[in-house]
Design a protein around this ligand. Structure first.
Ligand code: S3P
Length: 176
């Protein structure tokens, strides 16, 4: 079992690229935001609103542990690929980064701030990007996160690429 982990800022296409990769590789997919929403029975926005970001971050780590434990990645005799799409803030915790890097290949989908702003215009599902001054917020959040994201094994610049092209690029680099 090989594990391919997609990280990156909101709007970088982690879920869409994950779905594309899963299709191309006939793999299995897990998405931390979707799983958390299912477990909590509410949207990410609502979790932030009702329980706060700190609670969300704790649940993210506990979920991550369970996903990677369940798959017992390297000891698992099964063939195939697990593609894991992560929430944009997940790699910020050192513990999460350790879990990710020991579980598989971490791929950072890097996007320029202007592309984020363009892609997420009118989006209401990202609690961290609501309100005014979105551009400034994106820039400062990205700046403060860059170092954590760059601990990935592979960086793909995704601004000009379609999800299918990104998936192909990843397969090329990983020779799969
Ligand atoms: C977050 C990104 C979101 C979601 C939550 C927090 C972040 O996921 O986990 O809103 O801190 O960057 P996406 O990256 O899938 O939008």
């Amino acid at each position: 079992m090989s594990v391919i982990i997609l990280t990156g800022f909101m709007g970088s296409g982690k879920t869409t690229v994950g779905e594309e990769l899963t299709r191309q590789l006939s793999g299995r997919m897990a998405d931390t935001d979707a799983l958390l929403e299912a477990e909590e029975g509410m949207t990410v926005s609502r979790i932030f609103q009702e329980k706060g970001e700190e609670y969300f971050r704790e649940r993210e780590t506990s979920l991550l542990r369970r996903i990677l434990e369940r798959d017992k990645v390297r000891q698992d005799g099964r063939q195939g690929h697990l593609i894991l799409s992560t929430g944009g803030g997940l790699p910020l915790k050192a513990e999460n980064r350790r879990l990710l890097s020991s579980a598989g290949t971490v791929i950072y989908l890097r996007l320029r701030p202007e592309s984020v702003v363009k892609r997420l215009q009118g989006d209401t599902t990202r609690p961290l990007l609501q309100g005014d001054n979105v551009r400034e917020r994106v820039e400062s959040l990205m700046e403060s996160r860059q170092k954590a994201y760059l601990e990935a094994d592979i960086v793909v610049d995704v601004d000009e690429l379609t999800p299918a092209q990104i998936a192909e690029r990843i397969r090329e680099v990983m020779s799969i």
